[in-house]
Design a protein around this ligand. Structure first.
Ligand code: UDP
Length: 461
């Protein structure tokens, strides 16, 4: 539904990067801004985002989508020698999104003359699309960085070698994953080519990060990069903290099974939308889950189910007789699932995850501990935050030990430790405590809510 922009109002224009994880965060942020009655426009590419936007229920009339057909590009072949699963499919999505510059300028020219102020919030990979904001007096831009403050801090440190590290950070430094290990060659060139330092025209940066979780790292970034006019806003979690089932959507059948399980007994297993496991890895996970004797809900989609690896010829093959042997103890689901609702369900007691930042924030919000299996980009650093800094998870694939291949024995061991041991119970209790603090922080008077109020007051001044 179209929004009728009120004259003299502040209008928000969101420019997400067209990949599910990036997009989810800005859609959730749009939902938050809509609660302040701000009209919001979201600019996206048709080919990449039609499915992505329909996956997040947004029951508000304040948001207008502008989908633009942009050219289609094909992926470079994956680098067979890369020690990473960086999804090279992101590169054609990016090339295609760069064609949004003209549609963006057209949109701004249509809304800016009628608005008091236009606030552009753009994914850090989309700086080239929005660079013409400088041509308008009443348009200001804020960069959105989709990573954790922890990962952002170490990216900064890797590039500048400042600030001087305290003893705690010194200790972490020896294990912090470096860029070399987290990206393929094409992947790293792609990130560099986006020129992420477009601070010239940016009035500040927004993070999907919470001071309750990462206060120390948010402060460090602020001290390093935000001493002038630009400001840093930590407005996370963007995702909802209270789960209400959207009655316009049919409830997923998996909840019939989840409802029957005892509290905290189920391990939810899902690796996001940019990573596909190969046949051997799937076999090892299956055998590990089987041997662990724990209950699990495993999301395992074929390649044709519309994730970023669309076009790959991947068909899921589980070990022979796996489902019969596991029986009622496990459920394998082959389609899109409402992850936040699963994490918020009382039966869910653990999350085996690739540590994409949305997944991390969602599990911390819901107080669910993580079995971390990072694959690429910021995920190894997020996994370190979860396991070594916050102690709300355990490594399955320990990047700091250069774990290359995860065996079923390792999967079994970590699942048992997390789901059925004293150590796991302590980790779960810590995760629950953190979750309670995070949820409190977004209620009236909470630290995140106040920061959001202050951002909105600033842009509507
Ligand atoms: N997601 C979901 N259902 C699925 C798979 C993913 O709701 O079946 C959501 C998940 O809740 C998260 C996002 O998709 O918000 C994935 O983002 P994340 O940063 O965790 O990983 P990415 O997919 O970007 O690697």
């Amino acid at each position: 539904m179209a929004v009728i922009d009120q004259p003299d109002a502040t209008v928000v224009v969101m420019v997400p990067f067209p990949a599910q994880g990036h997009l989810n965060q800005l859609l959730h942020l749009s939902r938050l801004f809509a609660t302040y009655n701000l009209p919001i426009h979201v600019l996206t590419t048709t080919i990449h985002n039609r499915q992505a936007t329909t996956r997040i229920p947004l029951s508000t009339t304040n948001i207008t989508f502008h989908h633009h057909a942009t050219p289609h590009f094909t992926s470079p072949p994956p680098d067979p020698n890369a020690n990473t699963k960086f999804p090279t499919q992101l590169i054609p999505a990016f090339e295609s999104a760069m064609h949004l510059r003209q549609p963006f300028n057209d949109l701004i020219s249509s809304v800016a003359p009628k608005a008091k102020r236009v606030v552009v919030i753009y994914d850090y990979l989309m700086g080239k699309v929005v660079q013409d904001v400088v041509l308008h007096d009443n348009v200001e831009a804020y960069m959105f960085s989709c990573c954790s403050a922890f990962a952002s801090f170490w990216y900064h440190y890797e590039a500048k070698k400042t600030p001087k590290l305290d003893s705690e950070l010194e200790l972490l430094l020896k294990d912090v994953p470096t860029n070399d290990g987290c990206y393929s060659m094409e992947g790293w060139q792609f990130i560099v080519s986006t020129d992420v330092s477009q601070m010239k025209f940016s009035s500040g940066t927004i993070l999907d990060a919470s001071r309750v979780i990462e206060g120390k790292y948010i402060d460090l970034i602020e001290q390093e990069d935000y001493q002038g006019d630009q400001k840093l806003y930590a407005l996370g979690p963007f995702n909802p903290v209270e789960i209400t089932h959207d009655s316009s959507h049919k409830r997923h059948q998996l909840f019939d099974w989840l409802e029957k399980q005892s509290p905290n007994s189920v391990l939810y297993v899902s690796f996001g939308t940019t990573t596909s496991m190969d046949k051997k890895e799937i076999q090892e996970i299956a055998l590990g889950l089987e041997k662990s004797d724990q209950r699990f809900l495993w999301v395992l989609r074929d390649a044709d189910k519309g994730d970023i690896f669309e076009g790959e010829n991947r068909k899921i093959e589980l070990p022979k007789g796996f489902q019969e042997r596991v029986g009622e103890r496990g459920l394998v689901v082959g389609d899109w699932v409402p992850q936040l609702e699963i994490l918020g369900h009382p039966s869910t007691g653990g999350f085996m995850s690739h540590c994409g930042w949305n997944s991390c924030m969602e599990s911390m919000t819901m107080g669910v501990p993580v079995a971390a299996w990072p694959m690429h980009s910021d995920q190894p650093r997020n996994a370190m935050l979860i396991t070594k800094v916050l102690n709300v998870g355990l490594y399955v694939r320990d990047w700091t030990q250069r774990d290359e291949f995860v065996t079923s024995t390792k999967v079994e061991e970590v699942v048992r430790r997390l789901m059925a041991s004293k150590e796991g119970e302590e980790i779960r209790n810590r995760a629950a405590e953190l979750g309670a603090k995070v949820r409190q922080s977004v209620t009236d008077g909470g630290i995140t809510r106040m920061e959001l109020d202050s951002f909105v007051a600033h842009v509507t001044r």
